[in-house]
Design a protein around this ligand. Structure first.
Ligand code: C5P
Length: 431
């Protein structure tokens, strides 16, 4: 497919003035997992607060939780059916439990009993709720509620420490009169406080209405059915960008070469192998795309022919080497930057350079027609391929900004801050 063919994927009206440039915002999705404590009676308030804030809310409850709060109440307030069982064909038919785990941008466990904390800490999945908690990749926010002695028990405290070390966030418990008659720590945080903490974890939906397409990972260029040319890209940077964009409420499509990384919460992943597959997958998303981020390490060349059968050394003379002819791959970034509808789209590229980084990045900005280039010095061992940190500079027509060494997650956040600023400036421009 050529740039012209890429253009052909755009709907006819896409370049017209005056049409809505943005898809309707995608609500951030909160799954509330209710476990069996008396504080479950307060969960309807939490559901209402989150629905009022504009979030899509779904609930699931353990068998015991359903004794304390009616699933019908939760269903009425959330507008979604409430799942309580793992092996109910009817419930599983509506949305299967893995789809529900994948659906969430954030999972709130409220109330979380001592038993639920223990199961979470040990990876036990013996009912619907604990299975969801093990299956989801969304961040977890936990609101414990229990008797003060259960809370203080070394077993519970060790479980909390284990969960915290894994990045699970806690809100409460608070001190006060407990339902069991004891006074002390163990009361579930108030629904408003849990909702506020959930909002903070979700982040502001500053990219709601944007469709962000991110390429990530390396590509594989086939030599024959069993061999390929590849590179060392892990995909970490692109996956962090996709995850951060989803947290900010964007619709996110992650077009990824082979990568062992888990798909981030709220992100649609399109798996590809070769550069041409990646280009076709990007082309299929381009009509809706408002922000394109090319974080993939795309192979510049591919074998001119991919042999149908395994190449056999016996077919060559004993001392003969094998010569492979390579042809150029499409430059996906440059094609997207030239495709029609460009004025509706922000285009971000990466430049991995080993010398004269900023000057090389500026040349790339102009040559490829991007709005922003993220330049990194791959001669450093703590930046670039397959490490968790990156040292980058942002290069735009307006100037450069060099950031210190940061985690890739933090680089992704800073990049999206830049993207938002550039989008805001583009919207303000007279049309
Ligand atoms: O030309 P170079 O490979 O240095 O450009 C790097 C940038 O271009 C990255 O953003 C990369 O994802 C993108 N790229 C692409 N298609 C290619 C080669 C690079 O999208 N064939």
């Amino acid at each position: 497919m050529t740039a012209a063919a890429l253009a052909g994927t755009l709907p006819k009206h896409a370049s017209h003035e005056g049409i809505s440039r943005m898809a309707p915002p995608r609500a951030q999705r909160v799954l509330i997992a209710v476990t069996g404590g008396i504080a479950a009676y307060k969960v309807p308030e939490l559901v209402r607060a989150l629905v009022r804030a504009g979030h899509a809310v779904r609930c699931c409850a353990t068998h015991n939780a359903a004794q304390f709060v009616s699933p019908l109440v939760l269903q009425t307030l959330s507008g979604e059916s409430v799942r309580t069982q793992l092996f109910d064909p009817e419930q599983e038919g509506e949305i299967d439990h893995i789809a529900l785990a994948d659906w969430a941008d954030l999972v709130v466990v409220a109330p979380a009993t001592a038993d639920a904390l223990a199961k979470m800490a040990h990876g036990i999945a013996d009912d619907l709720v604990t299975t969801l908690l093990l299956a989801t990749r969304a961040p977890l926010l936990v609101a414990p509620a229990m008797n003060v002695n259960m809370w203080r028990h070394p077993a519970t405290q060790a479980n909390v420490a284990t969960l915290r070390a894994r990045g699970v966030a806690f809100v409460g418990p608070e001190s006060g009169m407990l339902a069991c008659g004891w006074e002390g720590e163990g009361r579930m945080a108030e629904p408003a406080a849990i909702a506020a903490e959930a909002e903070r974890r979700l982040g502001a939906p500053t990219l709601a209405g944007e469709t962000v397409v991110v390429t990530a990972g390396g590509t594989r260029e086939a030599l024959d059915p069993v061999r390929f040319l590849a590179n060392r890209s892990s995909g970490k940077m692109g996956f962090e960008i996709a995850a951060a964009a989803a947290r900010r409420g964007a619709d996110v499509v992650l077009v990824s070469g082979p990568s062992a990384l888990a798909t981030p919460a709220g992100v649609r992943r399109v798996a590809v192998e070769s550069a041409t597959e990646m280009r076709d997958a990007v082309a299929a998303e381009l009509a809706r795309c408002t922000v394109f981020v090319a974080a993939a390490a795309v192979a510049d060349f591919r074998p001119a022919v991919a042999a149908k059968q395994k190449i056999k050394k016996e077919a060559l003379a004993d001392d003969a080497g094998l010569v492979i002819e390579l042809v150029r791959n499409p430059d996906i970034l440059a094609e997207v930057a030239r495709a029609p509808g460009r004025e509706r789209r922000l285009v971000v590229g990466f430049a991995a350079e080993s010398e004269d980084v900023l000057a090389a990045a500026r040349r790339k900005l102009e040559r490829k027609g991007c709005d922003l280039i993220v330049a990194n010095d791959v001669s450093r061992s703590d930046a670039g391929f397959d490490v968790d940190t990156n040292a980058v500079s942002f290069v735009t027509a307006q100037g450069d900004e060099t950031l210190p060494l940061l985690s890739k997650r933090e680089v992704a956040e800073r990049l999206l801050d830049r993207v938002e600023a550039l989008r805001a400036a583009a919207h303000d421009e007279p049309r």
